[in-house]
Design a protein around this ligand. Sequence first.
Ligand SMILES: [Cu+2]
Length: 351
Amino acid sequence: MSLSVDTTAGMTRSAARPAGRRRQPRPLPVLTALCGLALLAGCGGDPPSALNPAGTGAARVANLWWLLFWISLAVVAEVMALLIWALVFRRGNVRVRHGQPIRFVAIAGAGLPFVILVAVYGVGLRDLAALAVDPDPDAPTVEVTGHKWWWEVRYPGASGATANEIHIPVGERVKVRLRTDDVLHSFWVPQLMPKTDLIAGETRETWLRAERAGRYRGQCAEYCGTQHAHMAFLVVAEPRTDFDAWLTRLNAPARQPRTEAERRGQQAFVQGTCAACHAVRGTGAQGQVGPDLSNVGSRWSLGAGAVPNDAGHLGGWIVNSQTVKPGNAMPPQPVSAAALPDLITYLRSLD
Ligand SMILES: [Cu+2]
């Protein structure tokens, strides 16, 4: 048996094209390139990139990503080089000696990829083991519960809670215990740690460790309904002393009103509909349906990244949050025009 390679086969069809006929412009490659550029334009600003890690967990994933990138690049370069070599040095119809191409195909086409894939698999297994949860029972722990569409954050031992904001001491491995109140969510802080799914009825665990102090954006990474995109959170990595002060504040009652307006606002809050769903520590408001608002004034956003936390957006949110974040679990509130400014003043004083 012998193998023959007909290198002229491709030639006949193109040679059959009538001479002198001009090539038509091709819209598809141009469109593809334009779409690619449009996608790249989205890369501006300061997105939390997994390739810009700030913690040991994300650093491992980034290293693996670069390893795969360079291997892929080497393979593409090699294939291209062989292709060009074949095009340049083709010699018409050649009879290839039996045995020779089989050996080449077996080594370059099967043996080499096998070795590379097994090696990469080994590195992946090593990283998986390194990312597994630390058994240290004394590690600081934070309990995070996913709701449609916000994150409830509690620390064992602290009576209070917060929302969409997780404080951790910098340079320490913090255990994160994850539960969901409703559907599947996924906890992802690209610069600190890869994703962990929140599965109904289960308690999942992961950990966070930030090497530098800073604020790192996290995001729900599993589609969970219409407002999935507005289910963001912030991880605040701070020195141990600041973290301890934060925990102390979570145990203390919320800031008391100091002005008349704040006092009226507090009264409207506690006696109004708000107290049915929201808690403010140290007041009669102990609702558990929505986020704890004891320090809502210091939060980075309203509605888990939906709008900035300022007086205007707060007023709009209270009156009808459905226009801001349609479908969220807070119905429009019957707040009188007279009571609204006091309510805003009071909530903004809670830091
Ligand atoms: Cu989601």
